[in-house]
Design a binder for this molecule. Sequence first.
Ligand code: PMP
Ligand code: GLN
Length: 380
Amino acid sequence: MIKSKLPNVGTTIFTRMSALAAEHGAINLSQGFPDFDAPVALREAMARNVMAGHNQYAPMAGVLRLREQIAMQLDLHRGVACNPDSEITVVPGATEGLFCAIMACVRTGDEVILFDPSYDSYQPSIELAGGRAIHVPLSGDDFLLDRERLESALSPRTRLIMINSPHNPSGSVLSRDDLVYLQALVEQHDLLLISDEVYEHLVYDGRPHHSVLEFPGLRARSFAFFSFGKTFSVTGWKTGYCVAPPALTAELRKVHQFVSFVAVTPVQLALADFMQAEPDYAATLASFYQHKRDLFCEGLAGSGFKIKPSAGTYFQLLDYSALSAERDTVLCEQWTRQHGIASIPISVFYEEPPPQHLLRFCFAKSDPVLRAATERLCEI
Ligand code: PMP
Ligand code: GLN
């Protein structure tokens, strides 16, 4: 019989909670995806490219026109110069790209620093590469980087640090100061960095998002990942990209070409068409989603939840400790069945969950759905 290489892994919490929500006809604020459609022009571009016969393999690194658009937008919005040929790779979803980057740089026995709560795909990818995940908890109610704990987790085997900002599930955002600090750290200890920035455009209250690409010392040692699924509300198109210096990009592509070889051709062409036609689209997202965050939080005024408005992502944490002492993993299922509202427990993203009572709710939903959700939550 097969001996599992991932004995502690089951079906992901996102798959399980979405299935439970569907089974009970619950409002599904669990798995992160919008319930509204992508811009019409983008969907039309997809249909047009399919009908025009662009249905065979794209170049392994991605459609050049899309990589050029990505480079142009990085220059326009962040003042970051990068070469579309040697530094940008289009991948079939950030998940695949993250896996390939981990495979490309982690060897047996290497240690990789993760910050808990950490996104569910990181640890299994590290284990499959033969590495060991070292979990460093983010600290306090604001889920901030704890420099002391980070430094005490470093060892001569540390190879890689993985960061995620804006952060799923907490919504926290790394500051400029954090990135300057990380830059000095990776240089001093000769480390690589993977930066998961898939929610880059979803940062609220006028704060900026800082990418590792803006800091030369980080840029030289990082794989930075982005996802079109989040930016253009097409999570089902599973397309993202990696920006990394040429030597790192070359190693990423060696793995990517044998994991999936390429991303889907008409999707890439449609994204290139849309980005060219509407170069400022991404800049509209922060106010669009901030309105939704505020609608959700304001709808819960007078409820029993303790709320700290999310700083980024399309997720809001709610502290239910005044309402129940139940474990989050039990409560999210109970509320899906009894109150028709599905969420995600936070404890599953920790190696050692702290004693907290938090559930994650996705507010990438139409306003009437958000209103209906808050009505149900207020009745609990
Ligand atoms: N990283 C984080 C933090 C995410 O939340 C997600 C998906 N929601 C991904 C990576 C994966 O993105 P993709 O769907 O492009 O694979
Ligand atoms: N990243 C999405 C979330 O956090 C889910 C993606 C998935 O189901 N793998 O909800």
